[in-house]
Design a protein around this ligand. Sequence first.
Ligand SMILES: [Zn+2]
Length: 208
Amino acid sequence: MANIDILKEQVLETSIYSYEQGLFAGTSGNLSVYDKESGLVIITPTSIRYDKMKIDDIVVIDISGNIVEGNHKPSSEWQMHCEIYKARDDVLSVFHTHSPYATAFAVNRRSIPLILIEMVPFLGGEVPVAEFALPGTKEMAIEALKVLDNKHACLLSNHGVLTIGNSIDQSHIRAEYVEDAAKIFHYALNGGEVNVLSKEIEVKMKEM
Ligand SMILES: [Zn+2]
């Protein structure tokens, strides 16, 4: 399965890089990519530190969560990943972090409003907050899908960040931009008045 091997490499490389960036800490956060051709999901394992992760630690599952390849169990959030792939055939990669600035707003249950121009192309506008759901359940995906709509990212109440994309690179850069926007929103709130970009500007930018 040559294609699967390439995707496993991508999952590993992006996981290690995300750990170095501070998007992942310890064993928290997870990412996956969906191979449409085989119907398989290549996903990070559960409970393996990112700084110790090796290629054989990456897990391949089918869309129902059965292990096809790998020595470990898939991420405990595999159901969230698979439910999103089942519901959205435009999504080929799911990325989940507990990155600190964004997760702080997930604890506040406060969406990140459209405060930066980059948020339009990279995030599809504001970053909404999904209703709370227990970790490791399908409900995480169900609640996230309700707010994602035409957005590329959302906050998971009292938990973290979820981004979607058509490739690992896309879901990863979106996770980076969520944390970047959250950090800037945090500083802007501390500095005083926050000016949110208007719906009109958002619409114009989406037409550009
Ligand atoms: Zn999590």
